[in-house]
Design a protein around this ligand. Structure first.
Ligand code: TYM
Length: 334
């Protein structure tokens, strides 16, 4: 039998997950789980590049795990684990840090944005964060990384660094490919269609959380910024409406032109009302399952402990090779 290709992806437990995380990443992960050998990680080591309240970080780590399951990931098919449970991530990250150039990390747009936003705390971890992400991906000999558009540059770094290591020593890492959806790779803020929908947005009307109740979802969509054309068109002149049509299409599974046609002679009020129901109904099963799972911490513990064992096996196989090639003497257990 042909070996399955490997997928790796992750989410930071640094805030509540948004509709952007769901449509840009999580929903695709579920579609890929039958065909590939998948590793889906909750990247808590990444989260501390910005200050975190310890008890909130613990709660959110479990919440992200519950959302993975609620969105439809099947723990019998995929490996779900917590990054800090597999120490190989930090270990490979160190080796790769010693091969990463300051110049290439300085070019990372996410670093530039985050350091501007957190000018009082530009720590070294924030700067080398992309290298930890490279380590995550390369440890699993990953073929494909399903992510939203905002992670593309980090993926390019992963490819460059894998090639650099392979050339300096000998073939060790697979060269990973990004897997970015054609529609929905960048869901925009409902309040500012020029910036990405983000869990760290200060204006809560900008995002829809997977945890939001139906009335909150309806209220946020009602307030979403549009324009004065009053035409439901998928056009770059109408970025607010374009974003709402994208959300509609991703959640209903309907093509964009079908949606445009349906609302051809209708105003934004009616479109937004219908969209609200599409979002409420689309997220309802996820939210209900999420609430159920959060009441069952024993089950969640079982999943992450099983996941860490599976992930560790694969990760250490790669790390041992890397250590050997680097020139570290293998530990003796005599
Ligand atoms: P994070 O936690 O910011 O986001 C998780 C996933 O959601 C996608 N995403 C979006 N997609 C569409 N529209 C949006 N508005 C939107 N917001 C977020 C992200 O692209 C991502 O796929 N560095 C990563 C986490 C990470 C990782 C990895 C990912 C760490 N190691 C290895 C892949 C492979 C991050 O901060 O994602």
């Amino acid at each position: 039998m042909e070996e399955k290709k490997v997928i790796f992806s992750g989410t930071q437990p640094s805030g509540d997950l948004t509709l952007g995380n769901y449509l840009g990443a999580l929903k695709n992960w579920v579609l890929l789980q039958d065909e590939y050998e998948c590793y889906y990680c909750i990247v808590d080591l990444h989260a501390i590049t910005l200050p975190q309240e310890p008890k909130d970080l613990r709660r959110r780590t479990l919440e992200v795990l519950a959302l993975y399951l609620a969105a439809g990931l099947d723990p019998e098919k995929v490996t779900i684990f917590i990054q800090s449970h597999v120490s190989a991530h930090s270990q490979l990250s160190w080796v790769l840090n010693c091969m990463a150039y300051m110049g290439e990390l300085n070019r990372m747009t996410q670093f530039k944005e985050k350091s501007k936003k957190n000018a009082g705390n530009v720590n070294a971890g924030l700067f080398t964060y992309p290298v930890l992400m490279v380590a995550d991906i390369l440890l699993y000999q990953t073929d494909l990384v399903p992510v939203g558009q905002d992670q593309k540059q980090h993926l390019e770094l992963s490819r460059d660094m894998a090639e650099r290591f392979n050339n300096r020593y000998s073939p060790t890492f697979k060269i990973p490919e990004p897997f970015i959806p054609k529609v929905g790779a960048k869901i925009m803020s409902l309040q500012d269609p020029l910036s990405k929908m983000s869990k760290s947005d200060k204006n809560e009307n900008g995002y829809i959380l997977l945890k939001d109740d139906p009335d909150t979802i309806r209220r946020k969509i009602k307030r979403a910024v549009t324009d004065s054309f009053n035409k439901v068109r998928f056009s770059d002149e109408q970025l607010g409406i374009k974003n709402l049509i994208t959300i509609y299409s991703k959640l209903s599974g309907e093509e964009i032109d079908v949606i445009e046609k349906r609302y051809e002679n209708k105003g934004y009020g009616e479109f937004k009302k219908d969209l609200s129901e599409v979002v409420v109904e689309g997220l309802r099963p996820v939210r209900e399952k999420f609430e159920d799972l959060m009441r069952n911490k024993d089950y969640l513990e079982k999943i992450y402990s099983m996941g860490a064992k599976k992930a560790e096996k694969k990760a250490f196989k790669t790390l041992n090779k890397v250590y050997k090639k680097t020139g570290f003497i293998p530990r003796s257990y005599r």
